[in-house]
Ligand binder design. Structure first.
Ligand code: WQD
Length: 339
């Protein structure tokens, strides 16, 4: 009998790719999603990759009855918690929406886990907690900065909640994964990123510009203290990120109760915005229409991950290059255009 793993937000970008990695590792994903920021078509694509339709429950993690029903129905051995709102800009306009959803759903999940004696949890955190790291690469001991946004603050608060819960001898075994910049899509182009409206993030804006959905990319500032004046980020292929979740789950199973740790998930390399643009042009085989514009308020100038700890503890190493990620992102955009 395959161990069932609950993926909250499992129809989303990272959740759906993690469902693929879970199946490939011999687990059975149970997807809980309210589809408020994801599409049901993601389940079709996921099913095409894994060869069967996974268990999908349409529901909200903030509803006690929804979680109780899942745990009463399925023997859940572990949970990967993706369900959260993640639009940085929107969070500054609607902070209560973000505090209620992102923090409320985690608290309810932890309470329900305790009620059903489910211990193992992998939590989706973000490098945003580091703000502008003073020393690079950022290690897990890099001091967390005041969040630039309510979204970023919810990630910091959730990490504190997880730490306090494991300190309280409740018996949980928890890992927070601090994602750097997830990009790309499954190599099959069956699943990928589905931004809502105008993409806030760089790579989907690039691919939508290249396909003709956007007129041109604006590079937000080229006067920073970086090799070419544009900001530096650690862009990690979503399948490498998915693999990190599976390894984290398997690692937790071997730990004692009341375990908590934090791991960065990035490539360990930083690339500038213009390096991403130039790499994309090479992959797509044509020039991208872009202009240099003003800086975007709140942008971190330079950040990239130290991956020493996740490699040492989980044996995890990124398998995809920036070129691979941009090729998969572009192939996904081309597939979307045919829908
Ligand atoms: C990357 C770089 C922009 C768009 C955000 C969240 C973070 C995480 C990942 C959720 C920056 C530049 C972007 C554009 C541009 N989200 N850019 N033109 O801001 O590093 O991280 O997404 O977990 O929490 O903060 O990612 O892709 O928005 O920006 O020049 O049209 O691309 O200035 O330097 P970011 P991003």
């Amino acid at each position: 009998m395959k161990q069932k793993i609950l993926i909250t937000g499992g129809a989303g970008y990272i959740g759906s790719h993690t469902a693929v990695a879970l199946v490939e590792a011999g687990f059975e994903p149970v997807i809980l999603d309210n589809f408020c920021t994801s599409e049901k078509s993601a389940i079709d694509g996921l099913s095409a990759i894994i060869g069967f339709r996974p268990i999908v429950i349409e529901g909200d993690c903030n509803e006690p009855s929804v979680l109780e029903n899942v745990f009463n129905t399925y023997e859940i051995k572990g949970i990967i918690h993706f369900a959260a709102f993640k639009a940085v800009g929107e969070s500054t306009q609607l902070p209560l929406k973000y505090y209620h959803n992102n923090i409320g759903s985690l608290v309810l999940l932890l309470q329900t886990m305790q009620k059903f004696n489910i211990k193992n949890l992998v939590f989706s955190s973000s490098c945003t907690v580091y703000g502008e790291p003073k020393v690079l690469p950022a290690t897990e001991d890099t001091p967390r900065q005041d969040a630039e946004s309510p979204y970023g603050n919810t990630k910091k608060i959730c990490e504190d909640i997880l730490f306090d819960v494991t300190k309280s001898n409740a018996g949980n075994k928890i890992i927070s994964l601090r994602y750097f910049n997830p990009i790309g899509a499954h190599p099959s182009s069956e699943i990928g990123e589905l931004p809502i409206g105008v993409p806030a993030n760089l790579v989907p804006f690039i691919t939508q510009t290249a396909i003709g959905k956007r007129e041109k990319l604006t590079v937000f500032g080229d006067d920073y203290d970086t090799p070419d004046g544009t900001c530096v980020r650690d862009y990690i292929h979503v399948m490498d990120l998915a693999d990190a979740h599976v390894r984290a789950l398997m690692y937790l199973a071997k730990q004692e109760d009341n375990f908590y740790d934090i791991l960065n998930v990035g490539t360990g390399n930083g690339n500038t915005v213009l390096e991403v643009v130039k790499t994309f042009e090479k992959v797509a085989g044509n020039d991208l229409n872009y202009q240099i514009g003003p800086r975007r308020p709140g942008d971190v100038v330079k950040t990239w991950a130290s991956t020493e700890k996740i490699t040492r503890l989980l044996g995890w190493k990124p398998q995809y290059s920036l070129e691979d990620s941009l090729r998969d992102a572009w192939n996904w955009e081309l597939k979307l255009a045919k829908r």
